[in-house]
Design a protein around this ligand. Structure first.
Ligand SMILES: [Zn+2]
Length: 434
């Protein structure tokens, strides 16, 4: 007997349209239509640590906690319960210059997601009990960070690396706990009214939806106000560009922690930044090969990029035994210099391009991934006039990167004349210069 093969079509071919930007009552709304059964509605506000001072550092982080719950339909302002019971995924985050609120769920819950996101973003309810509850949550969150073994090291690097107070103190738990005590429902509302407006706020709707209905939904919830003033970030300078190698004594440590931070002026979404991303992956591979596999000096090597409105910083973290500190520092300098002088072959960078493609396909094609990607792109574009890059464009840039591009990127961006290096242990400093 012949068995008939049953083919199950799990999903139809994904169709995604290019984003469309609309002005609704002077708020910018980005639409990304796809045929997914899922929907993500988000808001982005261009603010964060960069706008804060020592005296109010942490205010946006606390506001993020408060706003995420400042919604009438959440009983006792418990939006965790309200949204979880609806099966809607949600969260919020605060970075150097972006606050993000998102929901992610089934298409059928579109109205609930739209109402929640717009109301917490433009008409949040400030309530004393809610503010006090979230002050406790932030306090505990900051305490956890303070007890992280890397706390002292990161905090010291931030102080040396940035020249803006908000960024210098963005990792300073002690200062943030002090400030927390000062915040209340009234002064938070004042800060919110002064700093969150239709010019630094953006909404994004990604998935399968009825566009007309969504537009009407926004219109009824976003009240019209004249376009508010835009802050000019084009000439902002956040980095000290200081060259230093510093020892930080920490009696609690059993080994040595090493942190390197290079500032660059590379802008979000620039071609040079994409090249640097690839260069970073390649270089981290060689750090690992040489430091861990060949010389048995470390457990892992963490090389990462952090992008904000001032540019991008390159951060490297490793830890090692105290007796190997000097050896590791010398090797780090040697490896970076080696790839400044020697060009890799085409074959050597190929695997990293493939790795990028895997990540790209895995994260960038769903409604949530697209909303995350375009939300950031459009809010940066508004303030810095940076480009909008479609997934295909990003892929093309990656594919065309040459070994020469990588070498030039390492030469230009891993600049020892601007390097902040802090190493920390309970022992003593070593004689070494980058
Ligand atoms: Zn938090």
């Amino acid at each position: 007997m012949k068995t008939r093969k049953k083919l199950i079509r799990i999903n139809k071919t994904t169709k995604i349209t290019r984003p469309e930007i609309k002005n609704i009552n002077n708020y910018r709304v980005i639409f990304i239509k796809s045929n997914s059964p899922l929907l993500s509605i988000q808001s982005y506000i261009f603010n964060g640590f960069i706008r804060e001072t020592r005296d109010d550092v942490g205010v946006n982080h606390l506001l993020e906690h408060v706003l995420a719950n400042a919604y009438k339909k959440c009983k006792k302002f418990n939006c965790f319960e309200y949204l979880t019971q609806l099966g809607i995924e949600y969260n919020a985050s605060t970075s150097d210059n972006i606050l993000n609120y998102y929901t992610f769920g089934l298409n059928s819950d579109v109205d609930k997601m739209l109402d929640y996101i717009t109301k917490i973003t433009v008409t949040p309810i400030f309530n004393n009990k809610l503010v006090n509850r979230e002050k406790q949550a932030v306090h505990n969150e900051v305490l956890a960070w303070m007890d992280n073994s890397k706390y002292k090291l990161h905090n010291r690097v931030a102080k040396l690396f940035y020249n803006l107070e908000g960024l210098q103190y963005s990792l300073d738990a002690e200062q943030q706990i002090k400030n927390l005590k000062k915040f209340n429902s009234k002064n938070l509302q004042e800060y919110y009214s002064k700093n969150y407006n239709n010019n630094n706020t953006l909404f994004i709707v990604s998935g399968n939806y009825n566009k007309q209905k969504i537009i009407e939904g926004f219109k009824s919830r976003l009240s019209y106000k004249p376009k508010q003033e835009k802050i000019d970030y084009n000439n902002i300078k956040c980095f000290t560009n200081l060259k230093t190698t510093e020892f930080l004594k920490n009696e609690k440590l059993n080994g040595t922690q090493i942190y390197l931070s290079f500032p660059t002026r590379l802008k979000y979404n620039s071609k040079e930044l994409i090249v640097l991303k690839l260069a970073k992956d390649v270089l981290n591979y060689y750090f690992f090969q040489i430091l861990r596999i060949k010389n048995k000096l470390v457990y892992s090597t963490q090389l990462s990029l952090d992008v904000n409105v001032c540019g991008s910083s390159i951060d490297l973290y490793v830890n090692t035994k105290n007796e190997n500190l000097l050896k590791v520092l010398k090797l780090l300098k040697y490896i970076i210099n080696y790839y400044k002088k020697n060009k890799l072959s085409k074959e050597e960078i190929e695997p990293f391009k493939k790795q990028f493609l895997v990540k790209h396909h895995n994260t960038m094609l769903g409604p949530k991934g697209l909303a995350n990607m375009y939300g950031k792109q459009y809010i940066y574009q508004h303030f810095l006039n940076t480009k909008i890059l479609y997934p295909q464009t990003i892929k093309n840039i990656y594919t065309n990167i040459t070994p020469k591009d990588i070498q030039e990127s390492i030469c230009k961006n891993f600049d020892f004349n601007k390097l902040v290096c802090v190493y920390s242990n309970k022992d003593k400093s070593v004689k070494f210069k980058f």
